[in-house]
Design a protein around this ligand. Structure first.
Ligand code: 5AD
Ligand code: SF4
Length: 469
């Protein structure tokens, strides 16, 4: 495997120096300038936006959720499905009016969507009010790009295709005080035939364990109670490192950090989810009993066409092995309905797999062709209405299973982490069970950030309800 490129500390210092210079410019303005950062897509994008905010904060910007008030607008985009792209393009188009009123406004687009050459070109041609476009692999250069725009006229496009690197030492402004994202690796090498991610996020590359541990320790020290380790496929962590540490080894080392906190992680690819991982999860007391294990489709033929490199039976065997070690494990998954060529009978196999595994919750998607991926070239005869019908059947079945699984919680007492306000009268707190199911709880705000024993008193399809025991 190719060695991962690491951005030197000197280069990051250079970027931080751009932050300092921008802060100097901004301090001459009559009022503190504001920035608006809007994020689409997955948790990795959320984590990237926290770093964009970190840079912006060092440049002297405050934050607003009102585009009209913002001197800098950053839209961090997603490319996973066409729907996500259309939404971004609509919102970016609408920004043209605000920019006419505030010509000094700088509009930036980043993230996966703009890493696709066809989209970058579309923005260059048809969205001329966008000043800066940069892909996920060069996020660490954001200060340099923005400073250049503050001092010179013109537009900047930085979306060249590159395998990606690792940049440490980027400051973050985190959204939450209780739960934190910790990226452990970036990119994906799997090339599932429907997926755009490997094309826009580059090759798999792992952060060094010492950098991850230092970040995790600092977060625990700041009072964070729930660390979610992020990567497109965390189970292949470490393959590009000399240390010989794999993901299970990393879990063990984070588990050894003193403190009262939980460790979660996503996403796991079934082909790389090993008995060693399950055994490590069972043994490490801080690793939460929850696993997001996407299976995508229930038919072996479709799994092959998807280039998933695992079979239906292998998936079922892994779930059985995991449940033997952790009987109360909460299992969630991703499913695509209507992959090109999927027949009614093949779709039924997805329903059958649902009945067999009985997931706690699912993320369900209708297949969306992504230009440039192999699946986008495959014949796709099933009409959209039929896919929609299947999609609804799937959601109905899962809702029934989720409701049944939730109902079984009633009467139990669980150690839950209170993570915020629920907005619901009667049960004002939002909390999470050990397996990360949402539970709304009676109690006061002072409990936010604390683990409390909660007796489950009610349940519906999406949530549990409870009171302090
Ligand atoms: N169409 C529909 N869903 C997709 N996903 C990825 N690519 C596509 C696509 N082209 C889903 C997969 C993946 C999740 C993050 O998004 O289920 O696991
Ligand atoms: Fe996409 Fe497959 Fe990689 Fe997940 S593992 S990001 S679905 S290519």
């Amino acid at each position: 495997m190719q060695r991962t490129t690491r951005i030197s500390p000197a280069e990051i210092d250079r970027q931080l120096a751009f932050c300092g210079q921008a802060a100097q410019l901004n301090s001459q303005l009559p009022v503190r300038p504001l920035a608006f950062v809007d994020t689409y897509g997955c948790q990795q994008n959320e984590a990237d936006s926290e770093r964009i905010r970190g840079f912006l904060s060092r440049m002297g910007y405050g934050f607003t959720d009102d585009e009209e008030q913002a001197r800098v607008i950053v839209i961090n985009t997603c490319a996973i499905r066409d729907h996500a792209e259309q939404k971004v393009l609509g919102n970016v188009g609408a920004l043209v009016h605000g920019k006419r009123r505030h010509p000094e406004q700088i509009i930036c687009l980043c993230g996966c969507m703009v890493q696709q050459p066809r989209t970058a070109e579309k923005i260059r041609q048809s969205y001329r009010h966008v000043d800066l476009v940069f892909g996920p692999q060069v996020l660490w250069r954001f200060p340099e790009f923005l400073y250049t725009l503050l001092t010179q006229r013109g537009r900047i496009f930085q979306t060249a295709d590159e395998p990606g690197s690792i940049a440490e030492g980027i400051p973050a402004v985190r959204r939450d005080r209780v739960k934190a994202w910790v990226s452990v690796m970036y990119g994906c090498n799997n090339f599932c035939s429907y997926c755009i991610v490997p094309y826009v996020r580059g090759r798999e590359r792992s952060r060094r364990p010492e950098d991850i541990l230092a970040e995790a320790e600092a977060l625990v020290g700041e009072g964070y109670r729930d660390l979610t380790l992020l990567g497109q496929n965390v189970n292949s962590y470490g393959r590009d490192l000399e240390e010989g540490l794999d993901f299970s080894g990393l879990l063990e080392r984070i588990n050894a950090i003193p403190g009262d906190f939980l460790i979660r992680f996503m996403t796991s690819h079934p082909k790389d989810a090993t008995p060693r991982l399950f055994e490590t999860m069972a043994r490490c007391e801080k690793v939460a009993p929850v696993l997001h294990l996407p299976f995508q489709a229930g038919s072996d033929r479709i799994l092959r066409e998807m280039n998933r490199r695992h079979t239906r039976q292998e998936y079922l065997d892994k779930v059985a092995a995991l449940r033997a070690l952790i009987p109360d494990i909460v299992l969630t998954s991703d499913i695509i309905v209507g992959f090109p060529g999927e027949t009614e009978a093949e779709f039924e196999q997805t329903l059958d797999l649902l009945e067999r595994v009985r997931f706690d919750a699912l993320f369900t998607f209708i297949y969306s062709p992504r230009p440039g991926t192999p699946a986008a070239q495959m014949p796709d005869p099933m009409p959209r209405e039929e896919k929609m019908k299947n999609f609804n059947r799937l959601v109905e079945l899962q809702n029934r299973i989720s409701a049944e699984k939730h109902a079984a919680y009633v009467g139990k007492t669980l150690r839950c982490l209170v993570d915020g306000l629920s907005g619901e009268e009667g049960f004002p707190l939002s909390a999470r069970t050990p397996g990360n199911r949402l539970i709304r709880v009676k109690g006061g705000q002072e409990l936010i950030g604390r683990f409390v024993d909660v007796k489950v008193t009610g349940a519906n399809t999406w949530s549990l309800f409870g009171e302090l025991s």
